[in-house]
Design a binder for this molecule. Structure first.
Ligand SMILES: *[C@@H]1O[C@H](CO)[C@@H](O)[C@H](O)[C@H]1NC(C)=O
Ligand SMILES: *[C@@H]1O[C@H](CO)[C@@H](O)[C@H](O)[C@H]1NC(C)=O
Ligand SMILES: *[C@@H]1O[C@H](CO)[C@@H](O)[C@H](O)[C@H]1NC(C)=O
Ligand SMILES: *[C@@H]1O[C@H](CO)[C@@H](O)[C@H](O)[C@H]1NC(C)=O
Ligand SMILES: *[C@@H]1O[C@H](CO)[C@@H](O)[C@H](O)[C@H]1NC(C)=O
Ligand SMILES: *[C@@H]1O[C@H](CO)[C@@H](O)[C@H](O)[C@H]1NC(C)=O
Ligand SMILES: *[C@@H]1O[C@H](CO)[C@@H](O)[C@H](O)[C@H]1NC(C)=O
Length: 452
């Protein structure tokens, strides 16, 4: 039985340079997974286990429509169900390349859409040794057909925040996501150092063009040099809205409940879930990366504060920039804040260097956590503050805190609101308006049989 493990997949800007909250590491506690050192950037997802879909809730949709009229956002006709792989690890959805259907990870923390190609070379991430295809644990591989046309003299090369890396070719393909078909620049991966889930074959990147990973030339080792400059392209969602196929916003609802759908990605509108209250908006920021990149890249916002048991907690620097990332399982806060929150569990959660996470009793009482966005405090359900992480050597459940250490606390650092936060809100990525909008979800219990 696989246990929850935590992924942090995200594009590293400029090849190997890492953005965001400087290095933190986390390792999967599942016995079947090797510990992986992760430095952050953006990422991948989390949550439930695959089971049957429970379908849309008509009342919810009607209710939401009523509310959303006031907000001028309507329920999307282009919604795709998310499913979760492993327990709490990642969210994936269906995507069609030509006539072949794949499951791919939904990632708001990177911008490339890629699928692994039949005959690819699999590399052991730790040793660099060549391995069998099966070793990389992808789902079905893509067989090139005539719907794909390669762009000559370009290559794809990405390293994610956890060190996994891929290279491949770049081209145009007829891609369908949530019922919308576009002629999209994609990559086909032919060289992969990847630790897959046995189901997904690629990734759908929903962030901005600045993070795309196509480079001039055919030799990836020269990427980011004078002869291997980045060649930005329009990521899939941008292609859709610039073609007028959908309004320039998408929304995500990530569900806690693993016994049904794991969530929804809704293009052009809202997902069919109940919300409690109205939307709060805040501008999407240009992430400060040493002044390097003067354009949108991640979905970064300022938060006004974090409340712990009703009191505002501050880090030493007052850092306020957070990436809102569906792809990150946990929230990553400045060290001092993460420590304060984890000390407030009863009994306290204790940081484990080995695991890169705070270990907590599965039956602990979680503190009240609130995130203040533009004056509205979004509370985190205590159910999301303790995650089952695996089974210890003694056969007992091991749990981790939903809040992790995002590294030293410098004012310019950027931290992460991951799925611990996202399970409690609907997030509208309003690219057209340059805003993120959040609404609290109605309180919902989990049917998750493994939840403590
Ligand atoms: C969704 O489809 C319905 C029925 O075809 C249409 O009336 C409505 O305008 C569509 N909504 C959006 C947001 O496109
Ligand atoms: C993905 O596609 C497969 C094959 O068409 C289908 O059985 C499955 O229900 C789809 N999954 C989702 C989440 O839509
Ligand atoms: C690609 O071809 C291989 C070998 O014929 C096959 O096993 C695989 O299922 C094909 N992939 C898809 C997505 O159809
Ligand atoms: C997609 O667009 C490119 C560039 O315009 C073109 O070369 C290619 O044939 C198109 N592919 C499809 C399947 O329409
Ligand atoms: C990817 O690009 C970097 C430079 O940014 C290069 O050092 C690396 O070798 C490339 N990866 C592969 C697998 O060629
Ligand atoms: C707060 O919301 C208002 C109204 O939507 C918006 O104009 C303003 O930019 C927001 N401010 C911050 C700091 O998010
Ligand atoms: C809606 O939000 C209010 C205020 O935060 C809370 O008291 C109430 O319990 C919530 N209702 C539901 C159904 O979640």
């Amino acid at each position: 039985m696989s246990a929850l493990s935590i992924l942090l997949l995200g594009a590293s800007l400029f090849g190997s340079s890492v953005i965001v909250a400087s290095g933190f590491s986390i390792s999967a506690t599942s016995a079947s997974q090797e510990a992986s050192e992760l430095t952050l950037s953006s990422n991948v997802l989390t949550l439930s286990r695959k089971t049957s879909a429970k379908g849309y809730n008509a009342r919810s949709a009607a209710y939401l429509l009523g509310l959303s009229r006031a907000n001028k956002i309507v329920v999307s006709n282009h919604t795709t169900v998310l499913e979760s792989l492993f327990i709490g690890e990642e969210f994936a959805t269906n995507i069609t390349f030509g006539t072949e259907i794949f499951e791919a990870i939904v990632d708001t923390g990177s911008s490339d859409t890629w699928i692994v190609e039949s005959g690819f070379s699999c590399i052991d991430l730790d040793t660099g040794a060549a391995e069998t295809e099966a070793y990389c644990e992808f789902g079905p591989t893509y067989n090139v057909t005539d719907t794909f046309s390669q762009i000559p003299d370009e290559n794809f090369n990405i390293t994610y925040g956890d060190g996994e890396f891929l290279t491949g070719i770049v081209g145009y393909e007829e891609v369908t996501l949530a019922g919308i078909t576009v002629n999209q620049t994609v990559s086909l991966v032919n060289y992969a150092a990847w630790e897959g889930d046995g189901t997904t074959s690629g990734l759908i990147g929903l962030a901005y063009p600045a993070l795309t990973s196509a480079y001039a030339g055919t030799d990836p080792t020269l990427d980011n040099s004078a002869s291997g400059e980045q060649i930005e392209y329009s990521p899939i969602f941008q292609t859709m809205y610039t073609a007028g196929l959908v309004s320039p916003l998408f929304s995500l609802a990530i569900l806690r409940d693993i016994s049904g759908d794991s969530g929804y990605l809704a293009l052009g509108g809202l997902p069919p879930v109940d919300i409690n209250g109205t939307f709060t908006s805040t501008p999407i920021l240009i992430t400060s990366i040493d002044g390097y990149l003067q354009t949108y890249d991640f979905y970064t916002i300022n938060i006004e504060g974090i409340t712990l048991n009703g009191k505002t907690v501050r880090g030493s620097s007052g850092a306020t920039q957070y990436i809102v990332d569906s792809g990150t399982t946990l929230n990553y806060f400045p060290t001092s804040i993460a420590n304060a929150i984890n000390r407030a569990f009863v009994p306290p959660a204790v940081y484990s260097d080995d695991d890169g996470a705070y270990i907590v009793s599965c039956t602990a009482t979680a503190p009240s956590l609130g995130i203040n966005i533009n004056g509205t405090i979004f509370y985190t359900n205590p159910l999301d503050m303790i995650l089952l992480a695996g089974t210890g050597e003694d056969g007992n459940d091991v749990c981790i805190s939903g809040i992790d250490d995002g590294g030293s606390d410098a004012a310019e650092d950027v931290y992460i609101l991951g799925d611990t936060f996202q399970k409690n809100v609907v997030t509208v990525f309003d690219v057209g308006a340059g805003e993120l909008q959040f609404a609290a979800r109605e309180f919902y219990e989990s049917n998750d049989p493994v939840k403590v």
